[in-house]
Design a protein around this ligand. Structure first.
Ligand code: GCU
Length: 359
């Protein structure tokens, strides 16, 4: 048995593949897991809106000194007789066809910021579709602003929609827009990406929406990529106390009481198999716990095997800093330093995708 398998066995996590023998069984299991996580962890994810419209501003073709076209959009929705909207930005390399793309769930907004090196992204031939999570709904217990006002009737229900679920829903709506651009965007190569709380969000969006070919979690930690059982740093108990609005009331109740749960984070991660799950850690980010994030990806091995694919190709030990394990169909990457989404991280993710594309 490999060392990594031993480490996983020691964590003694609920088995995603229990009762699963074939791909078909697994797909049915994934549907059950989606239901389970909506009921017990992130809350219900609203359905597709009855009607979505896009209002696009004037294209600015000279973005990054002529490299790309930037457009500011409003995505508007009608649902259950109500209408609401949030802003979104696209930056698409000029003169290219079929670009791979990122749907980036952003903390800060603006054309570029400390986590979002827009110019570098388009320079490498990737398109960027991005929105600021606060424009969707605020990062707090207020469910009366942004889309929460329309999509969350009450937070009293055990399964009530959480903020993470709303931000993930918004990423899926951005993907609805991306899908209309099949001439310029390579729709088979769209990634969803987020950092930290938004890395958790990216995993949820990717897990519920198969149009995302790459699901990238940067330093997502607790309730993201990190296996909870045996985790150091942040725990379910602590996160549900400080950030209850990220989860549904049932999760907060169970986490606070320390009730045994029928899932660990391998459940969330497994929803994106057989697509490419990419997890990035930082060595000093002990709150997120790089080892537990690594085990989160490593846990997917059996699910990929059902498809004749290779999960993470690495069996011996927890990888050292500066390692990119990208030989398999799931990827783990760890760099030196602290909790951050850096230029180096973006470049690494683009290297990984380019390699998968045979570039
Ligand atoms: C806090 C929180 C983490 C979260 C992080 C972030 O540290 O405890 O769970 O990932 O904020 O979003 O930056």
């Amino acid at each position: 048995m490999s060392n990594v398998q031993k480490l996983l066995d020691e964590r003694n996590i609920p088995d995603v593949l229990k009762g699963v023998k074939t791909k078909d069984d697994f797909q049915k299991k994934q549907d059950k897991i989606r239901k389970l996580l909506a009921e017990r962890q992130y809350g219900e994810i609203p359905g597709k809106p009855d009607h979505m419209y896009v209002e696009s501003g004037e294209p600015y073709k000279d973005f990054a000194a002529g490299k790309a076209t930037r457009i500011k959009h409003t995505l508007g929705f009608e649902m259950d007789g109500k209408s609401f909207s949030f802003p979104m930005m696209s930056v698409i390399p000029n003169g290219k066809k079929k670009c791979p793309a990122f749907v980036y769930i952003d903390f800060n907004g603006g054309e570029a910021n400390k986590y979002m090196p827009t110019e570098e992204i388009v320079e490498r031939g990737f398109a960027l579709f991005t929105f600021c999570y606060n424009d969707v709904s605020s990062d707090d217990n207020n469910f009366k602003n942004g889309i929460a006002k329309y999509l969350v009737k009450s937070r009293r229900k055990n399964t009530a929609t959480s903020k993470i679920a709303l931000w993930a829903w918004a990423a899926m709506r951005v993907m609805d827009y991306v899908e209309t651009l099949s001439d310029v965007i390579d729709l088979d190569n769209v990634a969803v990406i987020g950092h930290s709380r938004l890395g958790k969000t990216a995993l949820l969006a990717g897990g519920f929406d198969e149009r995302f070919k790459y699901v990238i979690s940067n330093n997502s930690g607790c309730c993201g990529a990190a296996i909870e059982s045996g985790k150091v740093g942040e725990t379910y108990k602590r996160i549900s106390e400080v950030f209850p609005y990220w989860f549904c009331p049932a999760f907060n109740r169970d986490a606070q009481a320390g009730n045994p749960l029928p899932f660990d984070q391998n459940f969330l991660m497994s929803l994106s198999v057989p697509r490419c799950v990419i997890v990035g850690s930082a060595v000093e980010d002990l709150w997120a716990d790089p080892t537990s994030e690594f085990l989160g990806v490593a846990s997917l091995e059996g699910a990929y095997k059902l498809y004749g694919m290779r999960g993470l190709v690495h069996k011996d030990e927890v990888p050292a800093p500066r390692t990119v394990l990208d030989e398999g169909d799931a990827v783990y990457y760890v760099r030196e330093g602290t909790h951050f989404l850096s230029r180096h991280d973006w470049n690494t993710y683009m290297d990984i995708i380019e390699k998968k594309l045979g570039k």
